[in-house]
Design a protein around this ligand. Sequence first.
Ligand code: ZN
Length: 453
Amino acid sequence: MVRFYSPRLPEEKVLRDPVHSYIHIKSQVIYDLINAKEFQRLRRIKQLGPASYVFPGATHTRFEHNLGVYELTRRICETFDRKYPSQRPGDGLWDPNNDLLAECAALLHDLGHGPYSHTFEHIFGTNHEKIGQQIMLDPHTEINAALREVGPNFPEQVASVIAKTYPNPQVVKMISSQADADRMDYLLRDAYFTGVSYGAFDLYRLLRIIRPYADGICFENRGMHAVEDYVVSRYQMYQQVYFHPASRGMEVVLHHLLTRAKYVFQHNSLPVSPQLGAFLQDNWTLDDYLMLDDGVMETNFLTWTENSDPILADLAKRYLYRKPLASIQIDDSTKNLLPKMRNLIKQAGFDPDYYTAINSAFDQPYDAYKPTGKNANSQIELHQDDDSLVELSQLSPLVKALNGTFQGDKRFFFPKMMLHESDEPELFDPLYQEFQKYIKNGRLHYLRQPKHK
Ligand code: ZN
């Protein structure tokens, strides 16, 4: 294979990081990529978006997370170079020529994210993975210029690792699989910054027992409990942080706010910064995308709080001043309550299109641990003394119990005011009481449900 080369920095750069203590920058290309303006822009995009309204400490950014994934990948490569260097092609061990490629791909794996990625993509049809590749391949970007210093085809090679088409599965799975540097970093980092205590796992031990095999990355059997711990931490972070109902309630407000902005922009006129305007009129370029960040979005929202469109102004205030929609868990047997509830919400003066939503946490792009089904090929394997591989849930009763359980829920969102006492009791009380009766019916129904579905 082609040897990728980048000069070593005359002096290693070391950044402090609260999660990994230190991030070591040794080669010129990594240093140049971090300094590229398209990468620096990630400092202005929060990793967890609206979740910071629920966990006030969670204002960490995409910038730190990308650096963290780079550092973990660098450490894994260092371990592989030392313990498992390939002797001849096809021996299933690690080719140290891949170090630089893996490190660059790790550093750039979330390069294409914009503000509020999940919601933004849904409304404007953007795709952070495709945009990330575009930034790497476009000859006008500083990222592309830095990558080309390694070799003329290096930008394509790095993009192919992130697109999972690079032929060496070890490199691909180090950055994207059920147990990869990406997830190891975001679980620890999100746990640290949200302040929850259940996201922690033994990273030190995981990095000691990780090893390459012909089709990817696995772990030494003797470290099974560290892997188990990682899976449990993942499960808890999804349930307690990523699927938090109030954070989803804020996401729904954000979704409706942007939808309304698009409507007002196209039907009347709306004061908006030109970069966001390009999206509201469905005619945007990569340059427009790169000019967006959380600050640009929030500045627009702030202007909209004064807008003459009452729905837009109200939703902008609800978002900026943290007024999430309330919610109730629903399923097929309680969905018959929804038309009645939507009708009562309308009678109370709210347009149901902008003040209600059904949000299903299963739709989140993060996938729960799943050794069977459509992600079967990315199951976690444990390496045995006889060189065979055994899938984790075959050996761990804990992981076996978690495997296939009901993760996340489906919720109906509505204005919190529907649960409150009214200022005009004669007019609204009967309406609110009726609404609350439906809420109680829904909740009672859930109390009677068996625990496992
Ligand atoms: Zn990531």
